[in-house]
Design a protein around this ligand. Structure first.
Ligand code: UDP
Ligand code: MG
Length: 326
């Protein structure tokens, strides 16, 4: 690496965005590790902590950190809006030319940040850290594998297993993200949708240091459905195709029944066929009604144009806008 490149790196204006929900026990440690790592990367960095409506002492910890360290800023949301909105709040608050997103629980190793920022400087707009699934249950591993296989068939953008929210982005990539105004945000898909050159580095999965994960099986399933529905209308297309095929089969069968009745007279067997037909088609109709409902529900939410989040308090003395519809 030439001397010019080193000097260049020292002048990177770096923002690290950290969404936090009930992370009171992890924050001090996070701050310690981040400060150590970031001062090696650049002299001009800020840590933007987002309090996503925590019910514990997370916000007080943030106030203390911001008071003690000029590198730390925080935004507190008025309630829990979910990680997607918290990230958005942090991204719109970040002032840097290079912006990193990471979790508060140190599952995203801060020591990778230097390498990621350096890689970004080599002409990429996104650098994503991909984790392996070491230490996870077999069922979870298998189901995520199946999920990504299915997703990549269904949606137009390419999603890869393990590539999550731990990433470093250029200013223009962040601005592109912020320009996408949808209310339902499936950021895995959005990161892929904006495109630009993306580099990947691998790291080993880690256990959470403090607190507990906010994911339950139900939440994961909902997240999966969100992913499919928010990215295209292929499920609707599928409904149309299956509907068409079933209708054609039904017509063919009706023809057969009519001719059979004309030829061999009326007796009324076929109770089983009848029941299977009714139950099967009834089930299909409910399923497709549900799919249509998912899309209609989304239109309903999008059409309200509510802000993604409301800000309750920030570390900046100058009052900013209290809400943001992007
Ligand atoms: N988080 C958040 N709002 C929420 C849930 C989570 O800001 O409603 C934050 C959380 O504090 C953490 C990150 O999102 O920094 C990832 O959450 P978690 O560790 O629970 O997810 P996992 O690592 O299990 O995927
Ligand atoms: Mg975690």
């Amino acid at each position: 690496m030439g001397e010019g490149e080193i000097r260049e790196r020292e002048h990177v204006r770096l923002s690290v965005v950290v969404p936090c929900f009930n992370e009171e026990h992890g924050l001090a440690h996070l701050h310690e590790e981040l400060s150590a790592v970031l001062s090696e990367v650049t002299t001009d960095f800020e840590v933007v902590l987002v309090d996503d409506g925590s019910t514990d002492q997370t916000l007080s910890r943030m106030r203390e950190l911001a008071a003690a360290d000029p590198h730390v800023r925080y935004v507190a949301l008025s309630r829990n809006f979910g990680k997607e909105s918290a990230m958005l709040a942090g991204l719109s608050e970040a002032k840097g030319d290079v912006i990193a997103i990471m979790d508060a629980d140190l599952q995203h190793p801060p020591e990778l940040l230097g390498q990621m920022v350096e890689l970004l400087g080599k002409g990429f707009d996104q650098v994503v850290a991909r984790r392996d699934r070491k230490g996870e249950g077999k069922v979870r591993k298998l189901s995520s594998k199946a999920y990504y296989k299915m997703m990549n068939r269904l949606v137009d953008v390419r999603l890869r297993d393990g590539e999550g929210d731990f990433r470093v982005m250029s200013r223009r990539a962040v601005d592109a993200l912020l320009s996408l105004g949808e209310y339902n945000r499936f950021s895995k898909g959005l990161f892929a949708w904006i495109g630009f050159d993306t580099a990947v580095i691998d790291y080993e999965n880690r256990e959470r240091r403090t607190g507990s994960s906010k994911w339950t099986f139900g939440k994961l399933l909902n997240y999966g459905i969100d992913g499919v529905v928010s990215f295209n209308n292929r499920p609707l297309r599928l409904a149309v195709w299956i509907g068409l095929i079933v209708t054609l089969l039904a017509f063919a069968y009706a023809g057969y029944v009519i001719i059979d009745t004309m030829i061999s007279g009326i007796d009324a067997p076929g109770y089983a066929t009848l029941m299977v037909g009714i139950a099967g088609i009834g089930g299909l109709q409910l399923l497709f009604l549900g799919i249509v409902g998912e899309y209609v529900g989304r239109i309903y939410y999008e059409s309200k144009r509510r802000p993604h989040f409301l800000v309750k308090e920030t570390s900046d003395p100058t009052p900013g806008p209290v809400s943001a519809t992007i």
